[in-house]
Design a protein around this ligand. Structure first.
Ligand code: AMP
Ligand code: MG
Length: 505
């Protein structure tokens, strides 16, 4: 059970920008002050609202009204503080591309506080691009418009595909110049999450503990685990010997499920460093991510990932590797470290079962039969060999066996797999219509293709933010038909397939 010497902070009621509902709770400040540095944002010049997510606003019980957007513009540009918030920069470390970096932390983001809505749900509010902090190292503490828009679109897109993710409330841009390859506009993103604690927070406590000599050198590690469980895993039984093992087991389970969902959706994260892994199993810290256009096992979305450490096909293995690093950091809390092995061993099974179930859903099969693994493997190999568009293929398959679908599918992957599929459907307990309806609920018509994001970014950089709103409309219901937005579901133009996303953000 989490107990702390720090007392509860006063609660300020009625502190949304327009004074409607909810309050800040700021429990992170109860942790010892070595966990963070209190720090306010550095204001941006002449801020403008670029985009706001109404569905994220609803999570906070904040209405997406002109008055609130004006207030949010002030808050997210650091011109004013959200009443009741107590901003801080968190410290953490992490394994980056396989090597341990002992000191990372919020170098350009601030945890504004934890907002509790009228349903008593807690949301961390984190302002990315808020200016320098003690953890900025050589960075300027800023974020640019393109990276904020990419995170904004992706977090909302993944959420509406049913993939656990942080959310995004709004993007602000400004006249503050930021130097990257060229001068760009300093911008911010207001991120929402049930927790901003990363695997790297635990690694920081563990490695700092190793450096100390005293008996209680892992007290901070224990305090962080207790705090995290209290906040995000309240169902775990505090009096049980299995308390920390149960926590770790659950993190492993959520991570395996998350990555299975990425794989089934054709999503590559791009920078699966342990400091970008959420302790609650959310997709976290969007950088040079990508949804695949043509299926390619070896898809690398991160232009700087020269060895393909984070290639699409590597993600399940890296998820395990990251859990292993977390397990190592938690060893001081385990009386029997075999329980760490046991939890890690569950990863493969959970991943495989989840992925298989998701893929069976994508091809409309209800029960799993022994030959289905081969059927799915053959299909993926076929998609890879024929450079077939991943999402469009499954959407077309959702119309099988209409004449139009059959003609297109034969062009895409040839006859043989379709014949096997047809054979397999004979023992599937659904009629064609029902199967098609179910498949259309899991195979999106619209995905956030790189080139679509890029088009929205290019226009926004010219001051036209409408494309973001249009994309958001479609991505909020990616399985629906949008006759007026049919072009978003088309194959990308050749230039759109070759886009390289810059890592500097
Ligand atoms: P990321 O690549 O965004 O996951 O960031 C890795 C680490 O670098 C984190 O500790 C960030 O806070 C920090 N960082 C990234 N960009 C900047 C920046 N422009 N200024 C300061 N710190 C940064
Ligand atoms: Mg990061």
């Amino acid at each position: 059970m989490y107990t702390s010497a720090h007392t509860d902070r006063p609660i300020t009621p009625e502190t949304t920008p327009d004074g409607t509902a909810g309050y800040f709770h700021n429990t992170y400040l109860r942790l010892p002050d070595s966990f963070y540095t209190r720090q306010g944002p550095t204001p941006l010049k002449n801020p403008r609202m670029v985009a706001t997510s109404s569905s994220s606003c609803a999570l906070l019980d904040v209405q997406n009204t002109p008055a609130n957007r004006a207030a949010l513009t002030q808050i997210c540009s650091g011109q004013s503080l959200w009443p009741g918030s107590q901003p801080l920069a968190m410290v953490y470390s992490g394994h980056q591309f396989g090597s341990y970096n002992p000191r990372l932390g919020d170098g350009r983001g601030l945890l504004l506080g934890e907002w509790v809505n009228t349903r008593n749900e807690k949301w961390d509010l984190h302002l990315k691009g808020a200016g320098p902090t003690p953890y900025s190292r050589f960075g300027d503490g800023r974020a640019v418009l393109r990276s904020c828009i990419r995170e904004f679109l992706a977090s909302e897109a993944l959420h509406h595909l049913g993939i656990p993710t942080t959310r995004a409330l709004c993007v602000i841009t400004s006249d503050t110049p930021v130097q990257r390859e060229t001068i760009e506009a300093g911008s911010t993103l207001l991120r929402l999450a049930r927790s901003h604690i990363r695997f790297g927070h635990f690694e920081y406590c563990y490695y700092r503990g190793l450096e100390k000599k005293e008996k209680n050198r892992f007290n901070n590690l224990r305090e962080l685990a207790d705090y995290t469980i209290w906040q995000n895993y309240p169902d775990l039984k505090a009096d049980s010997n299995y308390y920390y093992p149960a926590f770790f087991t659950e993190v492993v389970r959520r991570t395996a499920i998350l990555i299975a969902r990425w794989q089934a959706a054709g999503f590559a994260h791009g920078v699966m460093n342990t400091d970008n892994m959420s302790i609650i199993g959310d997709t976290f810290d969007y950088g040079p991510y990508g949804f695949m256009d043509d299926f390619n096992w070896h898809y690398i979305c991160n232009h700087s990932d020269h060895y393909g450490r984070y290639a699409f096909s590597q993600q399940p293995e890296i998820g395990y590797w990251n859990c292993h690093k977390l397990g190592q950091a938690l060893t001081p809390l385990f009386s029997d470290t075999r329980l760490i092995e046991q939890a890690l061993n569950s990863y493969g099974t959970i991943y495989t079962q989840t992925y298989l179930r998701l893929m069976l859903d994508k091809i409309g099969l209800v029960e799993q039969e022994p030959e289905d693994i081969q059927l799915i493997q053959d299909l993926l190999q076929q998609l890879h060999d024929s450079h077939c568009d991943y999402s469009r293929f499954f959407r077309t398959l959702s119309h099988y066996p209409s004449d139009a679908a059959c003609a297109l599918l034969q062009q895409q992957i040839g006859k043989r797999w379709l014949e096997n599929y047809q054979e397999r459907l004979k023992s599937n307990p659904l009629d064609d219509y029902t199967r098609q309806q179910r498949m259309k609920q899991v195979n999106p018509k619209y995905i956030l293709r790189n080139y679509l994001a890029q088009q929205a970014i290019s226009r926004a950089e010219q001051g036209d933010f409408q494309e973001i709103d249009k994309l958001m409309t479609v991505l909020a219901q990616p399985f629906a038909q949008w006759p007026e937005f049919e072009h978003y579901a088309a194959e990308p133009p050749p230039w759109g397939k070759q886009l390289e996303v810059s890592c500097s953000s």
